[in-house]
Design a protein around this ligand. Sequence first.
Ligand SMILES: Nc1ncnc2c1ncn2[C@@H]1O[C@H](COP(=O)(O)OP(=O)(O)O)[C@@H](O)[C@H]1O
Ligand SMILES: [Mg+2]
Length: 260
Amino acid sequence: MLRTINATRYVVPLREGGSLPAIVEGDDLGLYVVKFRGAGQGILALIAELIAGEIGRALGLRVPEIVFAEIDAALGRNEPDAEIRHLLKASAGLNLALDYLPGSVMFDPAARDAAAADEASMLVWFDAFAQNVDRTPRNANLLVWHRKLYPIDHGAALFFHHDWATMEAKIASPFKQIEQHVLLPWAKEIPQAGAAAREKLSDGVFERIAGAVPDAWLNAIPGNLSAAERRAGYVDFFKRRLEAAHIFEQEAMDARTRII
Ligand SMILES: Nc1ncnc2c1ncn2[C@@H]1O[C@H](COP(=O)(O)OP(=O)(O)O)[C@@H](O)[C@H]1O
Ligand SMILES: [Mg+2]
């Protein structure tokens, strides 16, 4: 379901990002922000970016198109910067990329940016569901483009997959970190967002998304589970977290009453 592009040119690094993402041109002449497989965060960040990003899209959020980006070992050969050269060399093969939104700016409440209640509520619901801690006022990972909101950077979501053995305990987590969410002040329709999310998400949606993760990435996770077992684990986690959604919905509503 995801397209694959071949990277034809390394354009420029995005220095503000911790994982050294960069703008790269594809053989379809599009520009993409590539999250490199060889970056320090490792393969789990790419898997989270794909799975959480596609769940966000299934919820109707404007996640920029996600594609696979094939990087040839020769791409970085002439890069003057040694760090970039090494990163590209370590990333030969399949990487993940997002459609680049030129001229977008980061959502910033201090600059009087505001959000609609329904969209803010769905974004809060989504981040609590996917357990994404990376949507704080300091680091919103929410782009404003043509006056609309585009959530990016889901590499830190799904924190359960860093410790597969403790997954069980995290299914019903209230996700206390939601109190830091940049859109919480606007999220006054969390029950409605939850009802809409239950309409949109299903076993089939989770299976389709888990099915899009390449075997090679799942096999690169330390441990001895097969790719099929990992996929089934993700699907099972999301099914059961959806059943337990009332717990994190209540937490988000309580956190909101504390801050407004
Ligand atoms: N699709 C995109 N379009 C435009 N700019 C982007 C896009 N994705 C990321 N960026 C810019 O690059 C920065 C780093 O990307 P991000 O995905 O947040 O990576 P990191 O994990 O390093 O924080 C973002 O803060 C944003 O400024
Ligand atoms: Mg970021």
